[in-house]
Design a protein around this ligand. Structure first.
Ligand SMILES: Nc1ncnc2c1ncn2[C@@H]1O[C@H](COP(=O)(O)OP(=O)(O)OP(=O)(O)O)[C@@H](O)[C@H]1O
Length: 253
């Protein structure tokens, strides 16, 4: 990460309280943090800890009960639905667990699709999509449809599609949930490399400590609160694995 840190996501005193009948669920219970340009951050926690709620708030898909969210310099908590649609289109890329690729389109067409919405002309769209598929090492699969590719290859198409519009910020929700461990590692290393090269900002939510260990910083969420942030910046793969093992041992005590 650069020395001059540029804040990209600032969250202040964030609460999300759901009412279920007579009772209240504090899905987010006072969350504060800042994420900087060029960072890969993982939000890790068990099922029901509040990860998806937090990601939905950051993406403006749900309104907080209380608190502030500033993304790329703009407060998003008070934006209208139309403003949010435009905001997401201009600043944010999404990578989901289910790849959400269109089955009737080739890999190239799937990756080029988001550029259509930006009004980019066809020749440019295909050129850019092609370069992205080369980047995710799918140069030979440009004309394959999703059903003609493995799960890992489809996920890499999903990564290429999220990156094709050069989003400042990428949100990923369990991005390798359907993949085996080797393919997961490949996808994570790819995301790590691309985010650092392009100085984008990646926020990933996961329940998996091993996946989280690929991040620069790991935010641990329990019962709607960030209880600890581990800084892994500059640590080697071996050091990360050692720390992950230590965390697992601590968790089992
Ligand atoms: N729409 C809703 N109405 C009521 N309660 C909700 C709603 N959405 C989430 N919750 C509750 O808020 C808490 C946090 O849920 P959330 O989905 O954010 O957890 P999570 O960490 O993403 O879990 P998982 O890994 O299982 O997806 C849980 O107790 C959940 O039951």
């Amino acid at each position: 990460m650069a020395d001059n840190k540029i804040p990209v996501i600032c969250v202040k005193d964030l609460y999300k309280i759901y009412r279920v009948g007579e009772s209240k669920v504090r899905a987010l219970n006072g969350v504060d943090f800042t994420i900087y340009k060029g960072e890969f951050c993982a939000i890790v926690g068990t099922s029901g800890s509040g990860k998806s709620t937090l990601l939905n708030m950051l993406a403006g898909l749900e309104k907080p009960t209380k608190g502030e969210i500033v993304i790329a310099g703009e407060h998003i908590e008070n934006k209208t639905e139309n403003q949010l649609v435009r905001f997401r289109r201009e600043h944010i890329g999404f990578i989901f667990q289910s790849f959400n690729l269109l089955s009737t389109m080739t890999a190239l067409e799937n990756v080029a699709l988001p550029l259509t919405f930006q009004g980019v002309d066809k020749a440019k769209r295909l050129k850019k999509a092609s370069a992205l598929l080369d980047l995710v090492k799918l140069g030979k699969y440009k004309n394959h449809r999703p059903t003609q590719m493995s799960g890992g290859q489809q996920q890499r198409v999903g990564v290429a599609r999220a990156l094709v519009v050069d989003p400042e910020i990428i949100f990923a929700d369990e991005p390798t949930g359907n993949l085996d461990s080797n393919t997961s590692r490949e996808v994570m290393e790819l995301m790590q490399q691309v985010v650092h090269e392009k100085q984008q900002t990646l926020v990933m939510v996961t329940h998996d400590n091993h996946l989280a260990s690929f991040a620069d910083r790991i935010f641990h969420i329990i019962d709607g609160k960030i209880v600890r942030i581990d800084d892994m910046t500059g640590k080697s793969k071996e050091e990360r694995e050692k720390e992950e093992k230590k965390r697992e041992e601590e968790a089992s005590i």
